[in-house]
Design a protein around this ligand. Structure first.
Ligand SMILES: Cc1ncc(COP(=O)(O)O)c(C=O)c1O
Ligand SMILES: N[C@@H](CCCC[NH3+])C(=O)O
Length: 465
């Protein structure tokens, strides 16, 4: 299962799990629809993987490898399903752009009726360049700079999520200087221990995000923002973490934050009208993963908030959610070319591809799990327990720890890794001076470059010494 199976960090002298070897999939060439993009198919004649009607061999020939391929229909369908799940209520769905953001993605999000969450000046820049109306943008960040806040205020972003006492002062001054009154939410931490990897859990008290309910910091932040002349406090924000599979954490957080809303009303007389419950909904990286569907999460969150508000005689606030991974993650795959196949006798087979931790850091960082398949052809060869690794100078440069590939996998084959649409392109690096891959969208058999491949010249251009 991909719930961050082991903590990040070195795994010393690991050998094949002989006592409990992973079982090969029943169909080595199968494409589990829970893991692969909605339009992923195998060609009837030679088993080539196609996405959005485009074959990976053609994509690789035209755009090179590694290549990020995004199924536009899949992304749009997921966006629509979130919007529809929350459509019965006064609710907003913000796509969390940190997962994957390009101008085209911004346009899709807008066209599907969603709003957009950005968490830096750079993301705000893409959001505006992609045509998202500023009032439909909310801005996050635990350390927004003067320049970022000024830009957000000048652009007229819809909501600023304030995250510290320093920021409250900074925002008040910046807004006053510009004669504006931005709308803000206070980000609170609810103390919920989300069932996910420590690095992506964000609601426990001992971390950098938000202001704790338990210590009184959240209450103090609310008082300070209410005292600001140039900030309009409209609500509260809570985000418990990422890649979460059960409703329990969301439910506890929703309850605590709604209770706090009622306390704010009691203590200050102010009835805050918005509650943003963040993102964090998990996706299936491997077949064992069981993501929540948007309908279930919408029903559960809305009923808790309704119940708490009814119990305290408060009007139900407008709800917001911020899914990122759940929209872009399953829509994307990465296509690599195999360069070497090395059988380390008695241990395992290492299949090296032409990318690695520079285009997917998640395995090294969180111990994330992925599904990978032979993509350029079919094969009837027996399954061999393998490890998919990159080309970086790092033995932790692993993309998939344990997977089965056909025994005849060879240099020149294309393999594809599923569910890489979130936090792979957006977290990519130039380690070892590898140019970052292109991102191509496919729809109705037509590929379209969203972001072109970097070149070595691009990298050298920045090197002005
Ligand atoms: C405040 C906030 N909102 C939304 C998200 C999106 O999370 P996910 O991609 O897991 O839905 C994150 C990232 O964890 C976040 O920090
Ligand atoms: N980047 C993380 C999640 C953090 C999301 C942002 N707070 C991941 O790949 O799972």
């Amino acid at each position: 299962m991909s719930r961050y199976a082991h903590p990040a960090g070195p795994r010393h002298a690991e050998v094949l799990p002989e006592e409990n070897p992973p079982t090969p999939p029943r169909d080595l060439m199968g494409l589990d629809p829970r893991v692969w993009p909605a339009t992923a198919r195998r060609d009837d004649t030679d088993g080539e993987l196609t996405v959005g009607g485009a074959g990976v061999r053609r994509l690789a020939a035209e755009y090179g490898t590694p290549l990020f391929v995004l199924d536009e229909d899949d992304f749009r369908r997921r966006a629509r399903s979130y919007r529809e799940a929350f459509s019965d209520a006064e609710a907003d769905v913000y796509y969390a752009g940190k997962a994957l953001l390009t101008k085209a993605v911004v346009r899709w999000v807008h066209e599907e009726g969603l709003k957009l969450d950005v968490s830096s000046g750079g993301e705000l820049n893409v959001a505006l360049a992609g045509g998202m109306p500023p009032e439909r943008i909310c801005m996050h960040g635990n350390n927004k700079s003067e320049a970022e806040l000024a830009r957000a205020v000048e652009a007229g972003v819809g909501r600023i999520i304030v995250d510290s006492f320093d920021e409250i002062e900074r925002l008040e001054r910046i807004a006053a200087e510009r004669g504006s009154t931005p709308s803000a939410l206070v980000r609170v931490t609810t103390g919920v221990e989300a069932h996910t990897h420590e690095f992506v859990a964000t609601a426990h008290d001992d971390q950098k995000f938000g202001l704790a309910l338990s210590t009184g910091a959240a209450a103090e932040a609310v008082r300070r923002v209410l005292a600001c002349e140039h900030i309009e406090l409209v609500g509260l924000h809570s985000h418990i973490g990422s890649q979460i599979f059960d409703t329990a954490g969301f439910e506890v957080a929703a309850r605590r934050v709604t209770e706090f809303l009622t306390r704010v009303h009691r203590d200050t007389g102010v009835e805050l009208s918005e509650l943003d419950l963040g993102g964090g909904l998990g996706i299936a990286y491997v077949s064992d993963d069981t993501p929540l569907d948007p309908g279930t999460i919408a029903k559960s969150l809305l009923s808790i908030v309704q119940r708490e508000c009814d119990a305290h005689g408060l009007a139900v606030p407008r709800i917001a959610v911020e899914p990122g991974r759940a929209l872009s993650g399953p829509a994307g795959i990465t296509v690599y070319e195999v360069g070497t196949v090395k059988d380390v006798e008695g241990i395992r087979t290492y299949v090296s591809v032409d990318g690695g931790m520079s285009d997917n850091i998640r395995t090294a960082l969180y111990g994330a799990e992925y599904t990978c398949t032979m993509a350029s052809r079919t094969s009837g060869a027996e399954p061999v327990l393998s490890r998919l690794v990159g080309k970086h100078c790092e033995s932790g440069d692993i993309i998939v720890h344990d997977l089965h590939l056909p025994a005849d996998v060879r240099p020149g084959d294309l393999v594809a890794v599923a569910a890489t649409g979130a936090y792979c392109f957006s977290m990519a690096s130039n380690y070892n001076h590898l140019p970052r891959p292109a991102l191509v969208a496919v729809r109705d058999g037509v590929p379209r470059t969203l972001v072109r491949r970097e070149t070595e010249e691009d990298l050298l251009r920045l090197d002005v010494g």
